[in-house]
Design a protein around this ligand. Structure first.
Ligand code: NAD
Ligand code: TDX
Length: 355
């Protein structure tokens, strides 16, 4: 497979950084375009070969900086991951979600369409804009059923509503302008380099710090968990083989109640890092007030991507969660850096372009 130059928005964040590692290890060049909000950190890119990535410090709402970067680096295709991504933050302060997730996606589409129109026919044929979205746009399920690509949108939080809006913009750019888009809607990811505000890294962090492990409501809300490297593999597959204008659901076929997730982590930690007092980490579990509008259950039907593109997850939850806990135990420095906002540009030898 020919190596390419991929523009990745949000590549200093959780999924974007894992994707950058994966694409660079296959010989591709990655243009990391990131605003470095609280959720983005260049420490997450340590280990990506320096000759395989270029960092541009910018906001996706800055159309002229995006355009300049595309032309300067002769970008082949884009993975669009930059977003405000945490549901609780969207409840407390929705405006950043509207700005980045909706206006930012509009701004990117404008810059990329102009760039696409400037390409010669051969490069146009190969160009793709892959928009990375979430299963939360479909709303909440009862005890049965799955989200398919045909499920009607019913977002319930400011976060999911902003992602739904961005999905609609991307769809319209295909239908109206013939812009070559692909969209993926994925379930909950977990794995290395996830900011410790999301359930799994938060629980690992708080357990080790001797702090409460907060469980919202009755702890019986269900999520469908996917190991992040499986998601990255799915994204690369969609980029290579997806049909322009199509949407692909991506899921782990791995439903768990939140309380089960937290107990699994406690049990792994009890073995790998037993507490000095001999008690289990489960003693730190604390039930707290529920999240407003908390979706009860998400579950993805990922049969389309398996049938049409041949992708399915490789990791089981048991192996994935074990690797994840191990990663956090080995990388407490990364956790400190991201919580303290240390970017360490100097250590990576990056000048970066300021947006
Ligand atoms: P994240 O919060 O870890 O990272 C987001 C990144 O985007 C950060 O590096 C941040 O600095 C950057 N960013 C934010 N606003 C920006 C702006 N205006 N301009 C440029 N960069 C900006 O998010 P994540 O969990 O890695 O999620 C990545 C994408 O995948 C999001 O679009 C999210 O909606 C989607 N998604 C996430 C999950 C999940 O479980 N984490 C599941 C399905 C879909
Ligand atoms: O402290 C907590 N206690 C708790 O019970 C936190 C942070 C979460 N929870 C619950 C809420 C959810 O039911 O755990 C579940 C998972 O919560 P999050 O990790 O915040 O993820 P979720 O709200 O499901 O959204 C995630 O998956 C879809 C990502 O944050 C989104 O970006 C993605 O689109």
């Amino acid at each position: 497979m020919k190596c390419k130059t991929f523009f990745i928005t949000g590549a200093a964040g959780f999924i974007g950084s894992n994707l950058a590692h994966s694409l660079a290890s296959k010989g591709n060049t990655v243009i990391i375009y990131d605003k470095l909000t609280y959720a983005g950190n260049l420490a997450s890119l340590e280990g990506v070969p320096p000759d395989k990535f270029i960092f541009v410090h910018g906001d996706i709402c800055n159309t002229s900086l995006v355009s300049e970067t595309l032309h300067n680096h002769k970008v082949d295709s884009v993975f669009h991951l930059a977003a405000e991504s945490h549901v609780d933050r969207s409840i407390d302060g929705p405006s950043a979600f509207i700005e980045t997730n909706i206006n930012g996606t509009f701004s990117l589409l404008s810059a990329f369409r102009a760039y696409y129109e400037s390409l010669d026919e051969t490069r146009k044929q190969d160009f793709r804009f892959l928009h990375i979205s979430t299963d939360e746009v479909y709303g909440s399920l009862g005890d049965d059923g799955y989200f398919t690509e045909d499920t009607a949108y019913a977002p319930n939080s400011p976060y999911s509503a902003s992602k739904a809006a961005s999905d609609h913009l991307v769809r319209a750019w295909f239908h109206t302008y013939g812009f070559p888009v692909l969209t993926t809607n994925c379930s909950n990811n977990y794995g290395p380099r996830q900011f410790p505000e999301k359930l799994i890294p938060l629980v690992i962090h708080n357990a080790l710090a001797g702090e409460p492990l907060p469980i919202y409501g009755d702890g019986k809300n269900v999520r469908d968990w996917l190991y992040v490297e499986d998601h990255c593999c799915a994204l690369h597959t969609v980029m290579q083989k997806g049909v322009i204008g199509e949407t692909y659901n991506i899921g782990g076929n791995c439903e768990r109640q939140n309380i089960q997730i937290v107990k699994s982590i406690c049990s792994i930690l009890d073995k790998m890092r037993p507490k000095a007092d001999g008690f289990s980490y489960e003693n730190q579990i604390t039930f707290v007030k529920d999240r407003p509008g908390h979706d009860r259950r998400y579950a993805i039907d990922a049969s389309k991507i398996k049938r049409e593109l041949g992708w399915e997850p490789q990791e089981t939850f048991e192996s994935g969660i074990h690797k994840t806990v191990e990663w956090y135990l080995d990388n407490s420095k990364w956790v400190d850096d991201i919580l303290n906002g240390n970017y360490r540009c100097e250590r990576l030898g990056l000048g970066g372009t300021q947006g």
